[in-house]
Design a protein around this ligand. Sequence first.
Ligand code: PMP
Length: 373
Amino acid sequence: MIYLDNAATTKMLEEGADLYKKYACNSFFNPSAGYGEAIQIKKELDNVRKSIIEKLGAGKGDVIFTSGATESNNIAIMGSKRNGKCEYVFSIGGHPSVYNVAKELERLGNIVHFVGLTKDGKVDCDALCSCINDHTRLISIEQINNETGAINDIKQISRIRNKYAPQALLHIDGVQAFCKLDTTFIGNDVDFYTISAHKFYGPKGVGALFVRNLNTIKSIVFGGGQENGYRSGTENVGGIIAMGLAIKQNETEYDYKYVANLKEKMIEILSKDENVNIDKINGSPYILSVWFNGVNGETLMRALAEKGVIVSTGSACSAKKVGNRVLENIGFTKDQIKSHIRISFCSQLSFEDIDKSGQIIIDVYNDIRKRVL
Ligand code: PMP
């Protein structure tokens, strides 16, 4: 099998799985307990917190461990809400775990603005400038769009916030960027930053929220007071430690370049077919959007899976939805959206994998095309 759906999830590191087992079966103590063994676990969790803060290059801040990015996004957005009606600005390109929270805030009577995307899939910064003001409580933007790979310039967005709405909190969903691109330059510009371990070779069901100043949020989960009271519930110790290992062993500058070359190679192979349209935006090296003229993306995805090549028709989380909010906003037609496939890479792939899967994609596509024409 050649797995090209790494934006949906990645294969966990074997050493991470071994560590998980160690913390499940041997060092299985509850980090909130008072005896030495438990205190040691707490220290180890704190080391993972430090590694996240370091990776973001943040001068100060805290980390709340969560069950993944969905929960981190909910805590940042709902937790920073203040009494009464608040005003918000969201990217229309946000993952459902942001977008649906925004819709809920709207339903509750808050003022919610959605900022559209430019042709290259980035948040439209002119539109952003025009909808933030003295009342904006929070701005929430994805660093890398999970469907198109478009990269938003967080430094620029932070400058806009500082100029037009310095009181506004800035939340960044960093799920598709953390441990994939250099993030050490943004830590001091953001108030909240969301990560999810399974997107960078860690376990599923574990994530974190970086919070610059804990006074800006209130708990939305009540219970035993773990995670400084901001996320009650016993921590997923093995998962967090395995996430820590994945952070330590994460991609280097060399890996980014390697993955960018894999993507280039795939573009080169697919471009040979004139009916294949490739999104050439200068986005994340890890994500490639492709349109296959005249063929339904869903049909192609299933046929490819039968041949051992795994791709997706977009975000796994929105795969069941009709239409596509993100692609529609960028301006793609219904036919283009129907024929869209997302190919997403990781550094564990070889050039041989790309050669092989690229050819299979072309062959399977032409096979279906001949049948439907
Ligand atoms: N945000 C983005 C940008 C994502 O790509 C995803 C996963 N597709 C999530 C949030 C949700 O992550 P999790 O599965 O950890 O809840």
